[in-house]
Design a protein around this ligand. Structure first.
Ligand code: ZN
Length: 279
C-alpha cells in the first residue's frame, strides 16, 4: 500500500491507487486479439517494440479515481475508435448539424449541442483530465506538461468547483470515418509561442489545449467547453497527419526483433488508412 499526497483533492496521508495516465480501458482498443501476440506496438524514446505496457503510477486516492471514471472515462472510452467495432462517437457526431468551410471541402465544424446522446461534459472532462494529469504528475518515461499557474484553475474545473480558466481553450478534432487509426499518442507540448499549446491523439479523436493570454479569438471561439454550440472540427486530413507523424516516428525508431518481425509479416487485415471522409 502506498500512502501520500493526492494532487487532485490535495489530501495528505491518503492511500494512493494504481492510477493510469490514459484510462486502463483505453488500452483494450489497441490490442488485436486475433493475432498470436495481441499486444500493441509501443513507440517510446525512439524505441519500437510490442508490449502490454501501460502508463501508470501510484498517484490519486480512490475517491478521485472515481471522479475521473464517472465524469469522462466511462462514457468516452467505449465510444472511441475500435478495430472491427467502428467509431461510435463519430457515428453520433455525424448526425449533428455542421458548418462547411467555404475554402476547404475537407473541413466541417459539427455542433454537438443538438445531439443529446453526446455527453459533451464527459468528452471535455476526459480530454482536460488527461492534460491536467500530465501537469500534476511526472508519469514514467513521459513528457511532463507544465500548465503553470493555470494548473490549479483546471484542477478546480475538473472537480466542479470553478469554470474553465478564461485563458484556456480545448479544441477537439475528429477523424470523419469509422476506421480511424486505433493508435494513441501521449500528450506533449507542441509550442510555447505566442501561447502554450499541448496535444494528444487517441483512437480517432485529437485533443489540443491552448493556454495563455495570447490565445487568438478564433481558437477561443472553437473551444469545446466555452462555445455553447460544442464544436468538433472534422476532416480526413486529421487522419493523414496522424498517420504521417506515426510513420515518421516508426521509421526513425530502433525496432526490437519481435517488432521488426511483426511489421514484416503479411497481415490478414489492412492497416492502410481510409482516404475519404464518411460524412
Ligand atoms: Zn484525492
Amino acid at each position: 500500500m502506498q500512502v501520500g499526497n493526492c494532487p487532485f483533492c490535495l489530501r495528505d496521508g491518503v492511500e494512493l491507487q494504481d492510477s493510469h495516465y490514459f484510462s486502463q480501458a483505453v488500452y483494450k482498443g489497441f490490442r488485436a486479439e486475433e493475432l498470436q501476440n495481441p499486444n500493441p506496438l509501443v513507440l517510446k524514446a525512439g524505441r519500437l517494440w510490442q508490449s502490454s505496457e501501460q502508463v501508470h503510477d501510484f498517484v490519486f486516492c480512490w475517491e478521485c479515481e472515481q471522479i475521473f471514471n464517472r465524469s469522462g472515462e466511462n462514457w468516452l472510452v467505449s465510444r472511441l475508435g475500435w478495430q472491427d467495432k467502428g467509431f461510435p462517437l463519430w457515428t453520433l457526431v455525424k448526425t449533428a448539424s455542421f458548418v462547411p468551410d467555404p475554402e476547404d471541402a475537407d473541413f466541417r465544424t459539427y455542433m454537438c449541442t443538438g445531439i443529446p446522446e453526446i455527453d459533451c461534459d464527459n468528452v471535455a472532462h476526459f480530454g482536460l483530465g488527461v492534460f491536467w494529469k500530465g501537469h500534476a504528475h511526472g508519469w514514467p518515461n513521459c513528457e511532463r506538461l507544465s500548465l503553470g499557474t493555470y494548473g490549479d484553475g483546471l484542477r478546480k474545473y475538473l472537480r466542479g468547483e470553478a469554470s474553465l480558466p478564461w485563458d484556456m481553450a480545448l479544441i477537439l478534432r475528429i477523424v470523419p470515418n469509422n476506421q480511424p487509426l486505433w493508435s494513441g499518442r501521449m500528450p506533449m507540448l507542441i509550442d510555447k509561442h505566442p501561447f502554450h499549446w499541448f496535444n494528444f491523439y487517441l483512437r480517432g479523436l485529437d485533443f489540443t489545449l491552448a493556454v495563455g493570454k495570447n490565445i487568438p479569438d478564433y481558437l477561443r471561439h472553437c473551444c469545446f467547453v466555452m462555445n455553447p454550440t460544442r464544436p468538433i472540427l472534422a476532416g480526413i486530413h486529421i487522419l493523414y497527419d496522424e498517420w504521417a507523424t506515426m510513420k515518421k516516428a516508426m521509421t526513425q525508431s530502433t525496432r526490437s526483433r519481435s517488432a521488426a518481425a511483426f511489421l514484416s509479416t503479411p497481415r490478414t487485415h489492412t492497416i492502410k488508412p481510409p482516404t475519404e471522409p464518411d460524412w
